[in-house]
Design a protein around this ligand. Structure first.
Ligand code: PSV
Ligand code: MN
Length: 387
């Protein structure tokens, strides 16, 4: 196995993008619990995101969701974020909360509704120009609930046409990132259910169209790291929405349910050259903190990604290749598992201290008084949520 000091410099510059909506309230269809200190404004969400970066050094950008994060002046929001030491990142469109989109948006049979959904993406691109964002991320809640309800083939054709119109509007330095999800809110068929469909749609568009892999969007038992390896191989892995799940799209803290799966995914990223300063892959979180405090939830999340990255970097890849080529099944597996079982927490604490960061970012945050301050200050107004 490699030693921590051999891999230490590779941890430098690791960047995980946090989602603005993780700082707002969320819940299930049964109940949304409010949490003291929850942001009321986009600026307060950005301030919380900047706080996660300040304590961890791992989260230099925050993704926005439109219209949840509508403001009058995005250039001003950009300056506000930059003054706090972070950037505005991916812009997420939203065609899942408007009555007009009940039966589809980019796939709708009614041209006027399709155009409305396309216009929404044009607005998102305008926002991207002001924020300096590279990526437009599209997740579509489209599909049908009953066999025969819609023409699945016709919907694919309309989707391709709508995406083409949106893609053509992007500038040379911007990308379209298409996220897939196998079910929910549609339960019979989904228009972009899997990586293959997303790949087919983005491959038809061009080089700057890529796939987003949300770890919660697969059937149980799916080998997600295989999909990661394949998309990297095809040059089409655009971004991750990291989270973890026990059952469906639980949106729990990444690495909480299955740290070994996170390790395996990150190993394939490293193996495929999708980790490090030259990588264009955006490592993002897409999570909800329904019952835990949100800022500590995000701190735990980015630390989990860092910890599993360090372990994945420890794999002795030379020895692994030899064992694989020798057909030594058990040795190859042992080399892989040795790295996974290595506790890197003390090394990471020292590594952080050497870079002027708190050895224990969670404890430092809890002792900083920030949480008490926002709970005292953010009284009145409407707490942010999915609207
Ligand atoms: C859909 O489940 C999704 O993963 C998309 O990324 C949305 O933008 C996001 O969740 C909302 O949390
Ligand atoms: Mn997602």
């Amino acid at each position: 196995m490699k030693t921590f000091s051999e891999i230490a410099t590779l941890l430098e510059g690791q960047a995980i993008e946090v989602p603005s909506w993780a700082y707002g309230n969320s819940g299930t269809r049964f109940k949304v619990f409010g949490t003291p200190g929850t942001p009321r404004t986009v600026e307060e969400k950005v301030a919380d995101a900047a706080t996660v970066h300040r304590f961890t050094g791992l989260a230099p950008s925050v993704a926005l969701h439109i219209p949840w994060d509508l403001v009058d002046d995005y250039a001003a929001l950009r300056r506000y974020a930059e003054d706090l030491g972070i950037r505005l990142g991916t812009i997420n469109s939203n065609t899942f909360q408007d009555d007009d989109y009940k039966l589809g948006a980019l796939t709708h049979t009614d041209e006027k509704i399709r155009q409305k959904a396309i216009d929404h993406h044009f607005e998102c691109i305008d926002v991207m120009h002001a924020t300096g964002s590279r990526d437009l991320k599209i997740w579509l809640a489209e599909g049908t609930n009953y066999p025969g309800q819609g023409d699945m083939r016709g919907r694919q054709d309309r989707l391709a046409e709508s995406l083409r119109t949106i893609y053509d509007r992007l500038s040379e330095d911007q990308r379209l990132v298409l996220e897939y999800k196998f079910f929910e809110p549609a339960f019979y068929h989904t228009d972009v259910p899997d990586w293959g469909t997303s790949y087919v749609q983005v491959a038809a568009l061009g080089e700057r169209a890529v796939v987003c892999l949300d770890t919660g969007h697969h059937a149980p038992g799916t080998n997600i790291e295989f999909i990661v390896a394949q998309l990297i191989r095809l040059g089409k892995l655009g971004s991750f929405d990291f989270n973890s799940r026990f059952y469906a799209d639980d949106d729990l803290i990444v690495g909480a349910a299955d740290p070994f799966q996170l390790f395996r995914i990150l190993f394939e990223c490293i193996r495929g050259g999708a980790y490090g300063p030259d990588s264009e892959v955006a490592y993002m979180l897409d999570q909800c903190h329904n019952i835990e405090k949100k800022i500590p939830g995000q701190i735990r999340s980015v630390l989990n990604v860092q910890e599993m990255t360090a372990r994945a970097l420890l794999v002795d890849t030379d020895a692994l290749t030899v064992a694989q080529e020798d057909g030594d099944v058990l040795l190859a597996n042992e080399i892989f598992m040795d790295a996974f079982y290595t506790d890197v927490r003390a090394d990471l604490a020292a590594w952080r201290e050497g870079r002027g960061l708190p050895a224990d970012p969670m404890r430092a945050y809890l002792e900083s008084g920030y949480q008490e301050q926002i709970e005292a200050d953010r009284v009145g107004g409407t707490q942010a949520g999915w609207s």
